[in-house]
Design a protein around this ligand. Structure first.
Ligand SMILES: [Zn+2]
Length: 183
C-alpha cells in the first residue's frame, strides 16, 4: 500500500498531527484510529509506531477491536489529535465477545451514510456487539464479512473497500444474501 516517505512524513511523535478527523458519537475507538491512519495512508500498526502509541495489540490486525487505552496513551493521543482527554475517554470500545468470531457485521444502509458528515464513513460500535443482529436505525439484518477478510484490512479505508466489494457482490448475485446472523 502507499505509505508516506518517512523522511517527509507529516507524522512526528513530537508534534500534533497536521489533521485529525474528529470522532463521532456512534463510532468505535478502533474505527476512529483506523480512520486517522487512513488519512495518512498508513496501516494502523505503522501509524501507531510512528506516533509512539501503544495500542496494546500484540497482533496489530485486530485494531478495530481495540480495547480501552492506558491513561498515558489517551494523553498522548489527545496531544496528537488536539482532542480532549475527556472526549477520547468517552469514545466507546468494542464490546467483549464470547467464543470464536467467524464474522464481522455491518448495516449496509448505515455504512456509507454518516448523517453527521457524509464524507466520513465510520464503523459503529453496535456492529461489533454480539447481542445485536439488526440495525437499530433501520431494522435491517446486518450484512456479514468473513473475519479473516476484515482482519486483513490495514486501516478503515481498506475495510470500506472490502464492504464496497461485498455490497457489489451481493447486488449482482455473486454471493447469496445472508438470511440470518451466524453466531
Ligand atoms: Zn442501519
Amino acid at each position: 500500500m502507499l505509505t508516506w516517505n518517512m523522511s517527509h512524513s507529516p507524522i512526528s511523535s513530537q508534534r500534533p498531527l497536521p489533521f485529525a478527523p474528529r470522532p463521532f458519537e456512534a463510532e468505535v475507538l478502533g474505527g476512529w484510529i483506523g480512520r486517522i491512519a487512513s488519512r495518512y495512508r498508513m496501516s494502523v500498526p505503522a501509524f501507531a509506531t510512528a506516533c509512539e502509541l501503544d495500542l496494546q495489540m500484540p497482533d496489530g490486525c485486530e485494531w478495530l477491536l481495540m480495547r480501552k487505552l492506558k491513561p498515558q496513551m489517551v494523553v498522548r493521543l489527545a496531544a496528537l489529535t488536539r482532542i480532549s482527554v475527556e472526549r477520547i475517554h468517552d469514545i466507546p470500545v468494542a464490546p467483549p465477545w464470547e467464543g470464536p468470531r467467524p464474522y464481522f457485521f455491518y448495516c449496509a444502509r448505515c455504512v456509507f451514510l454518516n448523517p453527521l458528515d457524509v464524507a466520513a464513513p465510520i464503523w459503529r460500535r453496535e456492529w461489533l456487539d454480539q447481542n445485536m443482529s439488526a440495525c437499530p436505525t433501520h431494522g435491517d439484518e446486518f450484512q456479514t464479512l468473513r473475519a479473516s477478510r476484515v482482519l486483513a484490512c490495514k486501516n478503515l479505508d481498506m475495510l470500506l473497500v472490502l464492504v464496497s466489494r461485498n455490497e457489489h457482490d451481493l447486488r449482482y448475485g455473486v454471493i447469496p444474501p445472508r438470511a440470518s446472523r451466524i453466531h
